[in-house]
Ligand binder design. Structure first.
Ligand code: SF4
Length: 375
């Protein structure tokens, strides 16, 4: 089973914290859609299996595409791959695009999951990070999606926004939990070099939330979501029973996927490759049959590090039998030894031949990971 990721690198304006590759140039959309369809043809044999279990339109802002542009991409996908009848087909969207009219216009498309980039319901927070929507639009986006028949809705929330207090964060969570959604992805705000937010912090124009408060916010997130029946199946991902993201889970299980569009990454077990992060270079290269990606084969150590890095974040944790099978008993024993003091300090749980983080372990996961990875 494999996945398809399609990167739609357009945003109507840039959020101050974002370091993803996107551009504000909608006039290039038609040319990009054509190039993505050509890339599908060119890379028809990339995946070890033609059977597709998940399709994910991410960005950027996929909801800037017109329904007929989505339809053209779907046509190319279905003509090239065998898509399972029950495939999970997701698109990311900004709340202000999700009007009743928008949902009517995509009715004939095969989407069955939506991931809404809400980040916050607080108008001041949203303004400060330059999001396009306000709190009311965020709530309405979810309601419109539900009324349109979407029964698998995920929202993104960021905690630790400048000036956010525990009380304000709790209010965000209460609003989210009042919406009867199936999935929440929630990340602590990070300051990425080169972003406007980074610059604002450097110039002391904003006051960042301190580490202790960030940890408290995470603990509150886990507690409140657990009370409402959400399963913390990955450090930043929470799902109601039966609603884990199959697409993201396939990344964590190291299943192959093909990434289409500028800056998209792909993985096919033997190696990784990534497309050029420029709409103009990508479309020009595809149109002129030139190379549009770089690639690397993974070394033994890199494969191990990749596995440890993603699996330690999941509720199932590191599978020691898998490590023994794939990397040998020496790696497995070393892994247990490296974790020994964390097991004793209750930051890691060892059971059923798996090493998984406890909630307190999540708070020091970076430190733990550094000790587990091979250099
Ligand atoms: S909408 Fe998403 S991709 Fe676009 S700038 Fe904001 S965070 Fe980045």
């Amino acid at each position: 089973m494999s996945g398809i990721y399609i990167h739609i690198p357009f945003c109507k304006k840039r959020c101050t914290y974002c370091d993803f590759y996107t551009e504000v140039a909608p006039k290039h959309i038609p040319r990009l859609v054509e190039a993505i369809c050509k890339e599908i043809e060119i890379r028809a044999d990339y995946l070890p299996s033609n059977q597709i279990d998940t399709i994910y339109f991410g960005g950027g802002t996929p909801s800037v595409l017109k329904p007929e542009q989505f339809a053209v991409i779907f046509k190319a996908i279905y003509a090239t791959f065998t898509v399972s009848d029950d495939a999970e087909i997701t698109f990311e969207a900004n709340p202000d695009d999700l009007t009743v009219l928008f949902f009517e216009s995509i009715q004939s498309l095969p989407f069955n999951r939506i991931s809404i980039g809400i980040q916050s319901f607080d108008d001041e927070d949203l303004k400060r990070i330059n999001r396009r929507h306000n709190g009311n639009q965020a709530v309405n986006a979810v309601k419109n999606a539900q009324n349109a028949g979407f029964g698998n809705i995920s929202i993104d929330l960021i905690y630790g926004l400048p000036y956010q207090t525990i009380e304000k964060w709790e209010k965000q969570l209460d609003t989210a939990l009042g919406l009867d959604i199936e999935h929440i992805s929630s990340y602590g705000l990070t300051y990425e070099e080169g972003t406007k937010l980074w610059e604002q912090r450097e110039k002391a124009e904003i006051i960042p939330v301190d580490d202790d408060t960030m940890n408290e916010m995470y603990l509150l997130l886990v507690k409140k979501l657990k009370q409402k029946g959400f399963d913390a199946y990955e450090i930043s991902n929470f799902a109601q029973n039966g609603f884990r993201s199959r697409h993201n889970s396939s990344y964590w299980k190291q299943q192959p996927y093909i990434g289409l569009g500028p800056s998209a990454h792909s993985y096919n077990i033997t190696g990784r490759q990534w497309n050029v992060a420029s709409i103009s270079d990508y479309t020009f290269a595809i149109e002129n049959k030139m190379e549009f990606y770089e690639k690397e084969n993974l070394t033994f150590f890199e494969k191990f590090n990749d596995y440890v890095m993603v699996s330690i974040r999941t509720a199932e944790g590191i599978d020691l039998e898998y490590i023994e099978r794939e990397f040998g008993s020496e790696f497995m024993n070393e892994c247990i030894e490296n974790c020994r003091h964390y097991i004793d300090s209750l930051h890691i749980n060892l059971s059923n031949n798996r090493l998984s983080l406890t909630t307190s372990g999540v708070l020091i996961s970076n430190q733990i990971l550094t000790e587990l990875m091979k250099v």
